[in-house]
Design a protein around this ligand. Structure first.
Ligand SMILES: [Zn+2]
Ligand SMILES: [Zn+2]
Length: 133
């Protein structure tokens, strides 16, 4: 079980799973969305995910011409978990309050697009584009 919330605390959620694998996306869209080197997420089955509060505070934005959408708190702007395919929820790992001790970076995706200043130094597998399989 892991819990998380946005910076202002309006939006909260919980996951009924032991979380282990972190995926880091380095694509230019995720970099702009966070203003950083990309975004680190855990991917969970929708059944294991539940909002605990603040669903009315969630805004979304879809990028025109791309299969990409972001969810964020309309009050504080923190990125939030989102559903990018019908079965799975993508949770930004920085939102987790606890239960993150077992987490480890397993995969880096869109590595060919990463920022010129970024050096990847962990043992996660590097994929030049999106993750398949
Ligand atoms: Zn917030
Ligand atoms: Zn990305």
């Amino acid at each position: 079980m892991a819990k998380g919330n946005c910076n202002c605390g309006a939006v909260g959620f919980e996951v009924n799973l032991e979380l282990t694998d972190v995926y880091v996306c380095h694509c230019s869209i995720c970099r702009r969305a966070t203003g950083s080197n990309g975004i680190a997420v855990v991917v969970v089955d929708n059944q294991a995910f539940r909002w605990t509060q603040g669903e009315a505070q969630i805004s979304t934005w879809k990028k025109t011409g791309a299969d990409w959408q972001t969810w964020f708190c309309r009050e504080c702007g923190s990125p939030l978990p989102g559903v990018n395919d019908p079965q799975r929820t993508f949770i930004p790992v920085g939102l987790l309050n606890d239960g993150d001790a077992q987490l480890k970076v397993a995969h880096h995706i869109w590595v060919d697009s990463k920022a010129g200043w970024e050096e990847i130094g962990d043992a996660g597998r590097q994929h030049s584009e999106g993750f398949e399989g």
